[in-house]
Write a protein that binds this ligand. Structure first.
Ligand SMILES: [Zn+2]
Ligand SMILES: [Zn+2]
Length: 236
């Protein structure tokens, strides 16, 4: 099954959500791109949730999210994490860049970065989809990409197995500032990740970037859950 899907992806271009065949230059089929559109949901423009997170505790100024982490998107992100297809990440980057151009955020961004992954896990999976997102944003926005700002320790606990309070503690223990990092004083950073649930990971990383001197951190993710406590199956 896995092999057949991998072979399909090498030889053909298919929609990462419904697996319909696409033209070589398409990223998502039209039906799925309409279905994924979350503009009607009126999620909070700051925290991208239906029920807001505590805004006073947020270290980032806002989160841009392209779709909901629900239904077929869950599998599409699983495929993305396993390196089967990058279409969904590329699609999210292109669509979110359009939004950022329209609302003027694009002009503010100086550097694009990503939520780090432990280096062993990175080797395991051969990719870090947050890194790939960051590179796509960097290309689309025409802004430099800097991936050596933060590091991640191996805590042995996957975020998705924890409660919201435990996630916060675990995230705080997991990430650290890399020594000899590039000077980001006074810069506005765009921090990329694949899925956003409780916001603990983004908030911890944003906090560290501010500690390093960044003036503002804006986040971009492929998918958000409607509520902060919704279970996040494949991701940490
Ligand atoms: Zn589709
Ligand atoms: Zn909010």
């Amino acid at each position: 099954m896995m092999l057949r899907r991998a072979a399909n992806i090498i030889w053909t271009n298919e929609c990462p959500v419904c697996h319909k065949l696409l033209e070589w230059d398409e990223l998502l089929c039209e039906d799925c791109s309409n279905k994924l559109d979350i503009t009607d949901l009126k999620l909070c423009p700051i925290c991208s949730k239906q029920t807001c997170l505590d805004h006073t505790a947020l270290k980032f100024s806002r989160v841009y999210a392209q779709c909901l982490y629900e239904d077929s998107v869950v599998n599409a992100i699983y495929d993305l994490k396993n390196g089967l297809t990058l279409n969904l990440a590329e699609y999210a980057a292109a669509e979110l860049c359009k939004q950022m151009k329209e609302d003027g955020t694009l002009r503010q961004i100086d550097i694009v970065t990503s939520v780090p992954m432990h280096f062993l896990k990175k080797q395991d999976k051969n990719i870090n989809d947050a890194d790939k997102m960051a590179k796509m944003f960097s290309r689309t926005l025409g802004k430099p990409c800097e991936l050596k700002l933060l590091g991640k320790k191996r805590t042995g606990t996957a975020q998705h197995r924890l409660t919201a309070a435990e996630r916060k503690l675990n995230a705080e223990k997991s990430f650290y500032i890399l020594p000899k990092h590039k000077d980001i004083t006074g810069k506005t950073l765009l921090l990329c990740d694949d899925v956003y649930t409780t916001g603990s990971t983004l908030n911890t990383c944003a906090g560290l970037l501010l500690e390093m001197g960044a003036s503002e951190v804006i986040c971009a993710v492929i998918a958000t859950t409607r509520l902060e406590h919704e279970r996040n199956k494949n991701t940490d």
